[in-house]
Design a protein around this ligand. Structure first.
Ligand SMILES: NC(=O)C1=CN([C@@H]2O[C@H](COP(=O)(O)OP(=O)(O)OC[C@H]3O[C@@H](n4cnc5c(N)ncnc54)[C@H](O)[C@@H]3O)[C@@H](O)[C@H]2O)C=CC1
Ligand SMILES: O=C(O)CCC(=O)C(=O)O
Length: 528
């Protein structure tokens, strides 16, 4: 098997390339390309490792015909079209913790720089002046820091600010009272925060809810003389309003590490505004953080490409490298059961239920469900896989139910997939032999043991002597070789099920002739 190929398209610590190679991937480092150049190259790669410069648009993803994973060495993934990547079955991963401390430290550094006007004082001192009286700062001790967003980075900022003897008020709709107590912060609504904070630091992603969270009105309603730090994302603060409010003195200082458009135009209105300082998106730029995120992203991506392990994916359930080999035979079984039920059941299928019993009940359900859906949705699309199947199922309005049974039945482990049809529920079930070989054990209430693979023929007929000879003759006359032969029946003389594996696809003509054989009720050519 050829090695997976990875492209590193943004400047990244060299450890990333080393890790990819050590973990069995071929890697190219080609940075600074235009979108057109990247588009022309990307079809060669299974993995794309990026920071924030590469914009992974729908157009790039369309050109990336082999792409399986996009890895962001960092936190924010607003430079990746995740819904589109998901629809194309591409996993998107980030490294949610590798640069948090560094970014929190940058926020604190900017807060201190604002409090003591360090950049401006430095400029003037180095220009040969000694303007001691021009730079009267403020202490942070005893002041209130208002955090908008108290996730990974916000929490670290809180701990550092408490160390500086500040009071911390946090606004975050997902912050619980217990967590606020644990962090030592006061949980508040946004209006309260605005009324109390001497400094405000933003630590949310940019979403429809957070865009312009510091709007003109909110900054006007803030405590007069507030100082604002944004090390999260451009677009959280209204930049035009910020300029006006810095000029009026309502905002006593502002420090931006991030801008609505990056890089900002050289004549950005905030440049040169009194008490405004900025850095060029340096929040994550320390040696330590860059080594962390580069190592992490390379490890995560290589793990996925080589072993199927999934860590920190934004569009797929996590799967550790230890779990992946254990789950792999289940996923094969799950995908085949999903495919079987969708090939056999008729009509508009709007509900599917996936039951896990015995050993399977102790496993993670999400990857198994995703694999069932991938098999099931193949009736609608060839490009479906475990990543996009749940999204496609949702788009089609499929009602997906997961059931976990504590009981253990005849089999030590069992997966059952049931679809609701206009004739009632139709269900298929399978197990693993020796914990690794997937086997079908039941079709629509009839016990039958078979491996689901390649081309197969499913027949329901009356259980009567002579039928096996007739079907064997028909296939033989049409040059179709039978590989394996599996029989099951409800009761002697009742309905029997025959499942054959054959060495070539069954032509529609042969399927039709099989239908005409005496005693036959259903014939369906299958493929896996
Ligand atoms: N400047 C830089 O170089 C860097 C910037 N960042 C950015 O920092 C931001 C925060 O990162 P993390 O703390 O790791 O993310 P996180 O996901 O751990 O925390 C974000 C917090 O924002 C909260 N939140 C979401 N919507 C909110 C709303 N409407 N109002 C208030 N709070 C809301 C969430 O509940 C969550 O607790 C991200 O946008 C990330 O991209 C991260 C690293 C480096
Ligand atoms: O990679 C970088 O320098 C930017 C980091 C960042 O913004 C993030 O991780 O969200």
């Amino acid at each position: 098997m050829s090695k997976p190929k990875v492209l590193i398209s943004d400047k990244m610590d060299p450890n990333a390339a080393k890790i990819f190679e050590e973990r069995g991937c071929d890697v190219d480092v080609i940075t600074g390309e235009t979108p057109e150049e990247l588009k022309a190259r990307i079809a060669d790669y299974d993995g794309l490792a990026i920071r924030s410069s590469t914009k992974v648009t729908a157009e790039i993803i369309d050109a990336a015909t082999n792409l399986k994973v996009i890895g962001r060495a960092g936190i924010g993934v607003d430079n990746v079209d995740i819904p589109y990547a998901s629809s194309k079955g591409v996993v998107v991963m980030n490294t949610p913790f590798g640069n948090s401390i560094t970014t929190a430290e940058h926020a604190i550094a900017l807060m201190m720089a604002l409090a003591r006007q360090i950049p401006e004082a430095n400029d003037q001192t180095q220009a040969g002046k000694w303007p001691k009286s021009a730079f009267m700062g403020v202490e942070v001790t005893g002041k209130t820091l208002g955090l908008i967003g108290a996730g990974n980075i916000g929490s670290i900022v809180a701990s550092r600010a408490l160390g500086l003897r500040m009071k911390v008020v946090a606004y975050d709709p997902f912050l619980t009272e217990d967590r606020a107590i644990e962090l030592g912060v006061e949980k508040a609504d946004l209006d309260t925060l605005l009324s109390k904070a001497d400094f405000i630091s933003l630590h949310t992603p940019l979403t429809d809810q957070t865009r312009n969270i510091l709007s003109r009105e909110r900054m006007e309603a803030a405590k007069p003389g507030v100082r604002i730090v944004n090390c999260a994302r451009g677009g959280l603060v209204d930049e035009a309003a910020l300029k006006d409010l810095l000029e009026s003195g309502q905002v006593a200082g502002a420090a931006l590490d991030v801008f609505e458009t990056e890089p900002p135009a050289p004549d950005h209105p905030l440049f040169g505004t009194k008490n405004f300082i900025c850095t060029p998106h340096l929040g994550a730029s320390t040696t330590e953080a860059q080594v962390n995120v580069a190592l992490q992203v390379a490890e995560q991506m290589a793990d996925y490409l080589v072993n199927g392990g999934v860590t920190n994916a934004l569009n797929m359930p996590s799967l550790s490298a230890e779990e992946a080999p254990k789950l792999r035979p289940y996923m094969a079984l799950a995908e085949n059961l999903g495919s079987l039920v969708s090939q056999l059941a008729h009509g508009n299928l709007t509900q599917i239920s996936i039951e896990r019993e015995g050993a399977a009940a102790d496993l993670q359900g999400k990857p198994i469900t995703a694999a069932v859906l991938a098999g099931f949705m193949r009736r609608y699309s060839d490009s479906v896989n475990m990543v996009n199947a749940p999204y496609m199922a949702k788009d089609r309005g499929l009602d997906v139910r997961e059931v976990r049974h504590d009981r253990e039945g005849v089999y030590h482990t069992l997966l059952r997939v049931t679809v609701a049809t206009s004739q009632g529920d139709r269900s298929v079930a399978g197990t693993l032999f020796g914990n690794e070989a997937p086997r079908l054990v039941e079709i629509f209430g009839v016990g039958i043991e078979a491996e689901l693979a390649g081309h197969m023929l499913y027949i329901v007929n009356e259980d009567a002597p002579g039928f096996i000879g007739r079907i064997g003759t028909l296939l033989g006359e049409n040059g179709i070789n039978i590989g394996t032969f599996h029989l099951g029946r409800r009761e002697a003389g009742g309905e029997a099920v025959l499942l054959l594996s054959v060495d070539q696809p069954i032509p529609p003509e042969v399927e039709r002739k099989a239908c005409e054989l005496e005693g036959v009720k259903v014939v369906k050519a299958l493929s896996f």
